[in-house]
Design a protein around this ligand. Structure first.
Ligand code: NAP
Ligand code: MG
Length: 515
């Protein structure tokens, strides 16, 4: 049994063996292209009422798979399966539940190259980013497994003469997991593993753009031996199947990560008491960001430039932690903006499968339309310094784009774009930079580049984000190392990969016996 947690390291693709293993994995995944993927309900594969394709955003003629989607009847069936399985699953000891997670982590490690290759093709992540996503998924399984073992130990209570007192954590019931496509394995795995190890059963509705990677995850859980019905996979549109499950009177909690619009909708729907409902639904919703990196006048400017580029354009800016505002001290503004433009122009962009490409495509046509419409808005609000164009390729490619002269109140200064669009904002001094950074409804990540100790201390107190970084990029949080989640409209405050996460999916029972 694993008792201490260690992060899964990145794969070194400069090692020919690892590089070769990836080429083999691409071959294997290519052999599976166009397969059908069914729903998994009560341990059985079920055909849906309809089918939709999952396509490769790097090459939109390539179908990754045809996905069976649920109608309301099938969604209901999955809820019933989860309700039935809960009765047994809640009695399984935490030690055994944790062991399933460790087993799944081990299986994932064995299939790492295949999962990475699947993600590169279905999600458009470059090799390194996809490899990191798989590593994070493995981490969530191991971390929540070890954490569940700690929570299963006797909890400290104040001694009271003449009584035997005990406190332990029991599950909530059936949860609905609704996951985003941008960390299609890591977030899905974390949002599933946490509630699962605490004894809840689940209905999972993954993002419609990354269903095949979700399927492989459920396959791994099945292989690890998770009993039938404990985890059910239903595909289908968020607005019909997702909201049906959210509204269901037997849903005890919802674990959601995605956009602010959908997250707030879920909070609202979950608060309406349905007929036959006898609890208050718990909704954990982790949402977007409008993250800033502050570059102080006293800072290693070249390091800052490199990290803004990585934070803004890594995975095409499609991370909730991505930097979309660089707030630069007026004294160093010209140098920093010139450097940023130079670096952005040198970024290699193309199919995610080609190892040399730093940037790949956006996830789908909607994402491309949204990003290009923001680029048009940016041209009115500020000045386009570089990028701004779609690429004439068979995928959803948009150049890394930088705007100058954006004001904090502009739409580009306020709204999450979720694409490779970076706005530069000028601040006259550090205090003004901090004010601009906090001038948002979000509060997810932020970075400060500064060698000024007092400015860093001030940021510790006043930069209001859930994940604050000094002299490093704003992305790449590690499980257990950087518990992740934001404030305000960025979410309800789950710290994924943190010690308290599992408590969100359990309730403490205090038992007192008079002796
Ligand atoms: P999204 O559009 O909100 O979708 C997320 C999930 O919700 C998908 O499974 C979607 O299904 C489903 N959904 C859509 N409408 C629904 C409804 N009415 N009721 C129930 N479920 C519904 O978000 P996304 O585009 O996948 O992800 C990007 C967003 O996630 C960004 O805003 C990003 O910042 C945020 N994010 C936040 C974090 C964090 O930890 N804070 C991490 C990652 C991403 P369909 O796919 O079928 O529409
Ligand atoms: Mg796709």
């Amino acid at each position: 049994m694993i008792t201490d947690f260690k992060n899964e390291g990145p794969t070194d693709f400069s090692d020919q063996r690892n590089y070769g293993a990836m080429l083999e994995a691409f071959k294997q995944v290519r052999n599976e292209l166009g397969r059908e993927y069914e729903l998994i309900v009560d341990g059985r594969k079920l055909k849906g009422s309809d089918k939709f394709p999952s396509i490769n955003p790097s090459d939109i003629d390539q179908v990754i798979g045809y996905i069976h989607s649920a109608d309301l009847e099938l969604a209901e069936q999955s809820m019933q399966a989860a309700l039935k399985a809960f009765e047994e699953w809640k009695t399984v000891t935490p030690e055994i539940r944790a062991r399933y997670l460790f087993k799944a982590a081990a299986l994932m490690r064995k299939r790492k190259a295949e999962l990475t290759a699947t993600m590169v093709l279905e999600n458009g992540k470059n090799w390194a980013e996809a490899d990191g996503d798989v590593a994070e998924a493995i981490d969530f399984l191991d971390f929540y497994g070890t954490r569940a073992l700690q929570l299963a130990e006797r909890q400290p209570l104040t001694r009271f003469e003449g009584e035997d007192n005990d406190l332990y954590y029991i599950p909530l019931g059936v949860g609905v997991v609704i996951s985003p496509w941008n960390f299609p394995l890591a977030i899905l795995t974390g949002m599933t593993a946490g509630p699962l190890v605490m004894g809840n059963s689940l209905v999972i509705k993954p993002a419609s753009t990354t269903p095949v990677i979700a399927y492989k995850f459920i396959e791994i859980l099945q292989e690890a031996g998770i009993p039938d019905g404990v985890v059910n996979l239903v595909y289908g549109s968020g607005s019909t199947i997702g909201s049906y499950l959210v509204r269901h009177p037997k849903t005890r909690f919802i674990n959601f990560t995605g956009s602010k619009e959908v997250g707030l909708f879920i909070i609202e729907e979950a608060s309406k008491i349905q007929e036959g409902q006898k609890w208050i639904k718990k909704a954990s919703v982790e949402m977007g960001g409008k993250n800033a990196i502050i570059i102080d006048r006293e800072a290693d400017l070249d390091a800052a430039v490199a990290c803004v580029i990585a934070s803004a354009f890594g995975f095409q800016g499609q991370k909730c932690s991505a930097c979309s505002r660089a707030i630069i001290d007026a004294n160093v503004y010209d140098y920093v903006s010139e450097q940023l433009v130079e670096k952005a122009k040198s970024i290699k962009i193309g199919p995610a499968e080609d190892y040399g490409n730093f940037m790949g495509p956006l996830i789908d046509q909607d994402a491309m339309d949204k990003v290009t419409s923001y680029i048009e808005i940016g041209k009115k609000e500020g000045k386009l310094l570089c990028g701004g164009n779609k690429l004439d390729k068979n995928g959803y490619y948009v150049e890394p784009t930088i705007f100058d002269g954006i004001k904090s109140g502009d739409r580009l200064g306020q709204e999450e774009i979720f694409g490779p669009v970076l706005s530069l904002l000028k601040a006259k001094d550090f205090d003004e930079a901090l004010n601009i950074a906090n001038d948002t409804v979000y509060g997810l990540t932020g970075s400060v580049y500064s060698n000024n100790w007092a400015n860093l201390e001030k940021s510790r107190r006043e930069f209001h984000v859930g994940n604050l970084y000094f002299n490093r990029k704003s992305t790449s949080a590690l499980v257990g190392v950087h518990p992740f989640g934001g404030y305000n409209m960025s979410g309800t405050g789950a710290k994924a990969g943190g010690n308290d996460y599992l408590l969100l999916f359990s309730q403490a029972k205090a038992v007192s016996e008079e002796l």
